[in-house]
Design a protein around this ligand. Structure first.
Ligand code: SF4
Ligand code: MG
Length: 347
């Protein structure tokens, strides 16, 4: 099975007067049809810039300086890193859609949600060109209402006339998903889509994404700092730290046999249900390094309990330890971790 999207050795740098910031440094990943890849890490690690690079939406002074992004579906192969902006717009209009933590970044406050979804539908049909041709106003309106129904907006027949601020945070997130799905994307990139929502609404949105994925065999790239979200939705996981992927594994493997000390730290610091409220959570000591001055050697070494001399001097390669399990650590497979919570479903 070919991946729908393949990212190879992606490098996205930001060029400021003082320094070159390596926001994404040699990132490779694959996303398959009908599957979800979770990209996880603390804020500032390069997750969002990876997503924006795939969409070719990195704004100056940021720039993709290396690597290749390939999109492959039944219409053929497109090398996204080589497309012109008009060609890329077609990909964004009909192949890959993106949703964000804050729906108001995609929704325009001065138009009704219905008119915004209609616009997305018309755009999609225009991009389809001779295949779909023009779409009748009546048909477009029906598709718009259907899309609101599909994401569970009650009274969609009436509520499409409302403005974004007339919806609750959770409902607004659903409207944004409806708009993203209006172009029938094969890949949905969701950047912290539930971070601003309370846990109940968060669970509903994740369930909705899972349902839509099953119905449409859509691929999802979910970007999150929350391993709970990964446990709910992802099939494969890539853990990012300081602009690089430090561990990649199938979700079950990542939760039961993590091999990178950073992944273990994330698992230990994860809040879990049923745990003593007063109990202080373990945290990873120290801070996320600033791309302005990454430490030499393994970028995690100042925070790592297993650091040896070699770690301060030499950056480890991403190595395959088992089929589908990649780790960037000099001592991967040689370390033993105590006290790692392995039940992925209790958080
Ligand atoms: Fe820790 Fe060394 Fe592995 Fe880096 S390479 S994670 S410092 S043990
Ligand atoms: Mg982010």
């Amino acid at each position: 099975l070919d991946p729908l999207l393949r990212v190879e050795n992606l490098r996205t740098y930001f060029f400021t007067e003082e320094a070159t910031l390596r926001a994404v440094d040699d990132v490779s990943l694959e996303i398959y049809p009908g599957r979800t890849l979770g990209l996880v890490g603390e804020s500032g690690c390069g997750k969002s810039v990876t997503a924006l690079s795939i969409m070719r939406l990195v704004a100056p002074p940021g720039q993709i300086v290396g690597g290749k992004i390939t999109y492959h579906d039944e219409d053929g192969v497109r090398v996204l890193t080589q497309l012109s902006e008009p060609e890329m717009r077609k990909v964004r209009g009909g192949k890959i859609a993106m949703i964000f933590q804050e729906p108001m970044t995609s929704l325009n406050p001065v138009f009704t949600v219905g008119s915004q979804i209609l616009e997305a539908i018309r755009l999609h049909h225009r991009e389809e060109g001779n295949r779909g041709g023009r779409i009748s106003a009546e048909r477009a309106k029906q598709l718009m209402i259907d899309s609101l129904k599909q994401v569970g907006i009650p009274d969609a027949e009436k509520r499409w006339r409302d403005y974004p601020h007339q919806f609750s945070g959770g409902m607004r997130q659903r409207v944004m998903i409806a708009m993203a799905l209006a172009c029938r994307p094969k890949l949905l990139i969701a950047d912290e889509p539930t971070t601003a929502l309370d846990v109940t609404i968060q669970a509903q949105i994740l369930e909705l994404l899972r349902e839509i994925q099953q119905k449409q065999r859509m691929a999802i790239l979910i970007i999150t700092h929350d391993l709970g979200v990964v446990a709910e939705l992802a099939h494969e996981v890539a853990v990012m730290y300081a602009s690089k992927i430090v561990e990649r594994a199938p979700v079950e493997t990542l939760f039961t046999q993590p091999l990178h000390p950073y992944t273990v730290g994330l698992l230990r610091s994860r809040p879990r249900l049923g745990e003593d409220k007063g109990k202080k959570l373990a945290t990873i000591k120290g801070n996320v390094p600033n791309p302005k001055d990454f430490p030499p050697g393994c970028k995690f070494h100042p925070r790592c309990d297993y650091c040896q001399e070699i770690c301060r001097q030499q950056e480890p390669e991403l190595r395959v330890l088992a089929p589908g399990h990649w780790v960037r650590c000099h001592f991967a497979g040689e370390l033993s971790f105590d006290d790692v919570p392995t039940n992925r479903n209790n958080g």
